[in-house]
Design a binder for this molecule. Sequence first.
Ligand SMILES: Cc1cc2nc3c(=O)[nH]c(=O)nc-3n(C[C@H](O)[C@H](O)[C@H](O)COP(=O)(O)OP(=O)(O)OC[C@H]3O[C@@H](n4cnc5c(N)ncnc54)[C@H](O)[C@@H]3O)c2cc1C
Length: 312
Amino acid sequence: MKALVVAEHVRGELRPITLELISAARSLGGPVEVVVIAAEPSSFTDAVNVEGVDEILAVKVDHDEFENDVYQQAVEQLIAERSPDVVLLGFTVNSMGYGPALATKLGTGFASDVFAVRDENGELVAERSFYGAKVNGEVEFPGHDRAVLLVRATAWPPAEGAGSASVTEVSVEPTASRARHQDWVEVQAGDVDITTADFLLSVGRGIGDKENLEQFEELAEAMGATLSCSRPLVDAGWMPSARQVGQSGKTVNSKVYLVLGISGAVQHLAGMKTCGTIIAVNTDPEAAIFNVAHYGAVADLFEVAEELEKLY
Ligand SMILES: Cc1cc2nc3c(=O)[nH]c(=O)nc-3n(C[C@H](O)[C@H](O)[C@H](O)COP(=O)(O)OP(=O)(O)OC[C@H]3O[C@@H](n4cnc5c(N)ncnc54)[C@H](O)[C@@H]3O)c2cc1C
């Protein structure tokens, strides 16, 4: 099954999802083409030239920053020219911006948040979660000879090993982009980088009230942990966005992830499930967080916090 992977990059750096997409593409057993859309595509070709990539398609565009219309048009043209069976994009904010529109326009199959794929006798089968990650299901694409898939981060290991792909320069018709990147907004100065922490204490809506945060800030400090959180706490303005773990927050890889009062929605899991040791505390024995936790306690997080406070 021939796969076309769309590389993602930001501020001159290839995003890790790109190498994960290449692993997903390789698992389908057919040729793998990787398209790099950038102001200077050559600055990324070495990074994507890993084992299993057959060809790199370099598309030079005016601006390095991601633009929906430019990506959609470039990928649409490449699909017409290259006829891939499957187009693999990251399940990321960028690709969510144009992947569904691309599939709709071309009338291809489509699935988002995909964490497994296989070629079953020439038919593509993708797996994704439903109902807040309580059920996993298989998606088939009857009647479609092609599918666009948005692939969940960290579902595949990053592809590695030196590659020997050829590089082909492809020119696309210039597009009048309806949106233009203006600026990068830096995270608040002085805040920590949770992506480099070894020990994260992560709190969620289970803590109940903003007033309770202080207790967990103190506990984190006493334990030598860095405090992180789920998205509702950021949406409520209780915590800065730099502390948010998950799909629209940060992907963390701490040695220990102690998680209090977080249900384990798929968007949260996307950011933390590769952590070394995950310890979950939740009053709901059915909480999805227990599916990824190495250790779990069905308990009241305040009681657990109280016991931990005695130890530190
Ligand atoms: C496009 C998109 C992107 C998203 N990105 C993110 C993201 O990056 N990060 C993220 O976290 N979410 C993200 N979300 C939101 C996500 O879907 C969930 O809504 C969110 O993760 C839920 O947060 P939570 O687990 O803290 O809250 P809830 O789902 O409300 O869970 C609270 C948990 O606390 C438990 N609890 C309650 N009281 C106690 C107690 N006293 N002791 C112990 N346990 C208790 C409950 O049993 C429950 O499991 C995103 C959603 C969308 C649609």
